[in-house]
Design a protein around this ligand. Sequence first.
Ligand code: DGL
Length: 244
Amino acid sequence: MKNKIGIFDSGVGGLTVLKSLSDKYKCIDYIYIGDNKYCPYGDKTKEELLNYAKRIVNYFIEKGISIIVIACNTSCSQTLDELKQIYKNITFIGVIDSTIDVFLKSKKNNVLVIGTSATINSNIYESKIKEKNNNIKVTNLATPKLVPLIENMEMTKEALNEYLNPYNDIDSIILACTHYKLIEKEIDKNIKVINSSDSIVNTIKNYIIESTTGSVKIYTTGNIIKFNKICKMIMNKEADYLDL
Ligand code: DGL
């Protein structure tokens, strides 16, 4: 019996999740899809996001995969519940619940949540945090300039400062977009920063079985040259193009 996990995101952001998982669990066959054909996901409708996700899930099923990590807050916030309803035999693991668990353990009580417009407009972080602890102050901020800058390897510092400067009283920030782990170090504020890429590592251990070998296969549905510049930096290997 082999462990096989499919992971997807709109682009390079989910590679940060793949990196955390593959560093920790070498015994898994991972297939990663960066859906750059439709990147960014953050400004798409729920219906569009569900269609994008379904074609990726169908591809994973063809490859014999039954555990899928949605390494994308945007897709999780808009499609996770529907996907669980549609594909009853597949285990879907999202990034949002585990990120919130890590945040709650930090005992902070005045948090800024930054993410794509779709994630922020869904209000999913605030409502899930408040369900657990209604005393926490949650401020939501859509930061749509960041994903295109990150994907294009352009400077993010100015946009990040512009977004974060008005928030002086917060004690923590949740990076509710997997792309943002790539710019985590640029956040100057001397406060607790929780990214949505690493927290899933503990969740996965409940789904895997002991095995000796594993592999990593990475695809993008978009521009392979552009994707590989970042993919090589994060994963130290190249992706292939997937026509999906
Ligand atoms: N990495 C994504 C997320 O976690 C998607 C960003 C986008 O494509 O807009 O939300």
